[in-house]
Design a binder for this molecule. Structure first.
Ligand code: 3PY
Ligand code: MG
Length: 263
């Protein structure tokens, strides 16, 4: 089976730079995959993406050096299993708040006896090779999103979940829960403490620590703090930023500043 280079990168403590796609297009997914990202995530939760688009995006990413991932719209086994069958090499699951939810998520990503993933690997066989069913349990990356106060309180129990590879912080939702406003780079003391805590607990449990960021500079700061997996903004932010900068340059002006959430 095609190995998952993200697992090797984490073992070797190499940073993983992950692209994030909200635009439902195989073409823009292919463009993103050729820009140097280690992985590219199809965002089914907040992206404007249905399953047919996700399939063509995963196919497009597979034709690039980047590893294809998907963020599902909820902890829903049927969607998780279908995206794995479509060739996602890892799943990012939002709003994991309890160990029970983490176990349900990981079980959907693992064939029996480790989990309850139903058999029908479809496109994953084409991308991964005939022996995909024998090795998928070790190669598929599972990241649980911590973005609620409850998730933060249950962090150790969530990290104890067998087969969970790591945590991905959703800083907009987490800051909304902790401080009352969504801000991906929030400097609120409660957010700073929460982020430090996630980093510390991931270190102790030897699990990957990831976080969504709103720029390359912010992603570099997160890597320096100790994160292994960073997303330097999504395609929508990058498109908007590039357009604003080009328009401002054409007008001889400074580009307008965007909102704290990154949008
Ligand atoms: C968040 O910041 O809450 C996210 O889910 C990132 O997409
Ligand atoms: Mg979120």
């Amino acid at each position: 089976m095609r190995h998952n280079p993200l697992k090797a990168a984490f073992r070797q403590q190499q940073p993983i730079i992950n692209g994030w796609l909200a635009i439902p297009s195989g073409y823009s997914a292919e463009i993103a995959g050729h820009q140097g990202y280690d992985s590219v995530t199809v965002d089914m939760q907040h992206g404007m993406i249905d399953f047919a688009s996700a399939l063509s995006m995963l196919q497009a990413i597979s034709a690039t050096p980047a590893t294809p991932l998907a963020r599902v719209n909820s902890n829903e086994p049927a969607q998780i299993m279908r995206l794995l069958d479509a060739g996602a090499w890892g799943i990012i699951c939002p709003m994991i708040s309890t160990a029970r939810q983490a176990q349900q998520f990981v079980a959907a990503c693992r064939y029996p006896p480790l989990g309850n993933r139903s058999f029908g690997p479809a496109r994953a066989l084409l991308y991964g090779g005939k022996d995909y069913p024998q090795h998928a349990n070790e190669e598929i990356l599972t990241l649980a999103m911590i973005e609620t106060r409850e998730g933060l309180n249950n962090l150790d129990a969530i990290l104890d979940t067998h087969g969970l590879d790591g945590i991905f912080i959703g800083p907009n939702d987490l800051s909304l829960a902790l401080t009352g406003s969504a801000s991906a780079e929030s400097q609120h003391p409660d957010m700073l403490a929460a982020i430090e805590r996630v980093l510390d607990r991931c270190r102790v449990h030897n699990k990957l620590a990831g976080i969504f960021c709103t720029s390359g500079q912010a992603a570099a700061r997160r890597l320096a703090e100790g994160f292994h997996f960073v997303t330097p903004a999504n395609d929508v932010m990058q498109l908007g930023n590039a357009a604003r900068e080009a328009i401002a340059a054409a007008r001889g002006e400074q580009p307008p500043v965007r909102g704290a959430s990154g949008y």
